[in-house]
Design a protein around this ligand. Structure first.
Ligand code: THU
Length: 136
C-alpha cells in the first residue's frame, strides 16, 4: 500500500463525495478503488425508492470493471462522522468478488483513518462459485 497513491485516492474520493446524490440520508460518501494502476471513483446515489440506493464503494468498483480493470488492489472510503465509515455488508461481498485480500482505508473529514483487510471485515464470504469466476 503506497502512501502517495492512497493520498491520490483520497483526493478522488473527496471529489466524488462532493457529487454524491444523497437527498434522503444527507450522508454523502466518496470511494476510490485502485485497479491495475488506475484510480476509479464513486459516490452514493440514492433513490426515492430507498432500496434502490447504491453505495459509493459499488459505484467505484463497477466503474473499474466497466473500464476493463477487474484486478482491484484496494479501496478508500470517505464520509463525515464521529469516526471513519466502514463498508456495508453488501459492499464487502462485492469487494470480495474482485480481490479476497483487498485492503480498505476508511477515512473521515477530520483526518482519522483506519486500515483493514477484507478478511478482517468479511471473515465468512459467500464463495460457492468463486473458482469458476477466476476463469472468466
Ligand atoms: N452508504 C455508502 O455509500 N456506503 C456504505 O458503505 C454505507 C452507506 C450510503 C448509502 C446511503 O446513500 C447512505 O450512505 C446512508 O446509508
Amino acid at each position: 500500500m503506497d502512501r502517495t497513491v492512497v493520498e491520490k485516492m483520497l483526493a478522488r474520493a473527496a471529489a466524488a463525495r462532493r457529487e454524491a446524490y444523497a437527498p434522503y440520508s444527507r450522508y454523502p460518501v466518496g470511494a476510490a478503488v485502485l485497479a491495475e494502476g488506475e484510480i476509479f471513483a464513486g459516490c452514493n446515489v440514492e433513490n426515492v425508492s430507498f432500496g434502490l440506493t447504491m453505495c459509493a464503494e459499488r459505484v467505484a468498483v463497477f466503474s473499474a470493471v466497466a473500464a476493463g480493470k477487474r484486478r482491484i488492489k484496494g479501496i478508500v472510503l470517505l464520509a463525515d462522522g464521529s469516526e471513519p465509515p466502514v463498508p456495508c455488508g453488501a459492499c464487502r461481498q462485492v469487494l470480495y468478488e474482485f480481490n479476497p485480500e483487498m485492503w480498505i482505508v476508511c477515512a473521515d473529514l477530520q483526518g482519522n483513518r483506519r486500515v483493514y483487510s477484507l478478511p478482517e471485515l468479511l471473515p465468512e464470504p459467500f464463495a460457492a462459485f468463486s473458482a469458476e469466476a477466476q476463469t472468466t
